[in-house]
Design a protein around this ligand. Structure first.
Ligand code: E4P
Length: 226
């Protein structure tokens, strides 16, 4: 499973890019709104220069014509730009029209398997089930990933990838991989937590303490011998 970063914050993207694990970035209007004063086009172009992989830029039109117009505009910014459109009937039309022009789409706000299937049939490059928001409604977000993966597996003509979105904690990342997601898009804080383990910190502290003791013993032995 590949890892994307779910943010429009350039500082976070720069730092996570250095870790060598990022295959793409997803943004959305809410994430862009957190970056006070940042220009959308500049932000997307800059992200494309930082991460070599699909970079999702989301449309804000509610009708297919508007989504297509935005999609054509965003796709011209960089070959790695993927157009995010919502899982609505207007969104389906926009995906099929953009796909015919060779423009890749990420169908977002997926909350059931039928939406994922129909988005795939319309020509989506990826579908984004929002597992955290499903969990918030007392349903099982991971079951949604499993069900979509099962349907896609039974229909080998579907090449659409499953992108687990709305990830809230490290366990979501592991479980998405086990459930058959091709990609998980993670907030920066979740990615950092994925590498955190108290036994790693304790182990490092004890290795370094032992090394310092060894050096002190060797220095004492050298001084005594001299
Ligand atoms: C995905 O592409 C979305 O940007 C994102 O995962 C939404 O997650 P949220 O439920 O934390 O807003």
């Amino acid at each position: 499973m590949k890892i994307y970063l779910d943010t429009a914050n350039l500082g976070e993207i720069r730092e996570a890019a250095r870790w060598g694990i990022l295959s793409g970035v997803t943004t959305n209007p809410s994430l862009m709104a957190q970056e006070e004063g940042a220009d959308f086009e500049d932000t997307i172009r800059t992200i494309c220069g930082l991460v070599d992989g699909p970079i999702s830029a989301e449309t804000v039109s509610e009708d297919a014509d508007g989504m297509v117009a935005e999609g054509v505009e965003f796709a011209a910014w960089h070959p790695n730009v993927i157009i995010k459109v919502p899982a609505t009937l207007q969104g389906l039309e926009a995906v099929s029209r953009l796909a015919r022009r060779g423009i890749r789409c990420n169908v977002t706000l997926i909350f059931n398997t039928n939406q994922a299937l129909m988005a795939a049939l319309a020509g989506a490059f990826v579908v984004s089930p929002f597992i955290g928001r499903v969990d918030d409604m007392s349903y099982d977000g991971m079951e949604l990933i499993r069900e979509i993966a099962a349907v896609f597996d039974q229909n080998p003509e579907i090449r659409t990838q499953i992108l687990a979105a709305s990830i809230r904690h490290p366990r979501h990342v592991t479980e998405s991989a086990l459930a058959g997601a091709h990609i998980a898009t993670c907030p920066f804080g979740v990615l950092k937590k994925c590498m955190k383990h108290p036994l790693t910190d304790l182990g490092m502290a004890s290795f370094l303490a032992d090394w310092r003791k060894r050096e002190a013993r060797m220095a004492l032995a050298a001084a005594t011998a001299g």
